[in-house]
Write a protein that binds this ligand. Structure first.
Ligand SMILES: [Zn+2]
Length: 87
């Protein structure tokens, strides 16, 4: 599980904007991310423990990757739509 910080998620979002992968919602906090060029498919999960946010991705990266960066945009929108849940 990787901790999301302001710094690492900004970098991941930046990379996601350049790569533009396809993001599909599996369920709240679970996303399928597809690289349109390679067709590679990974699953991203978000967790919240106290005030800290964490994410997991099934790709080989050992840091906050662009799959997580691509998913968090969808996640923030979805979380804000759910009144009782928090991102
Ligand atoms: Zn990844």
């Amino acid at each position: 599980m990787l901790e999301i910080t302001k710094e690492n998620i900004e970098k991941a979002i930046e990379k996601a904007r350049a790569t533009k992968p396809k993001v599909r919602v599996i369920e709240f906090r679970r996303y399928a991310v597809t690289n349109k060029t390679t067709g590679a498919n990974y699953e991203v999960k978000f967790y919240k423990i106290g005030n800290q946010k964490f994410a997991d991705c099934t790709c080989p990266a050992t840091k906050i990757c662009y799959h997580i960066g691509a998913s968090i945009g969808a996640h923030i929108v979805l979380a804000s739509q759910m009144h009782t849940a928090t991102a």
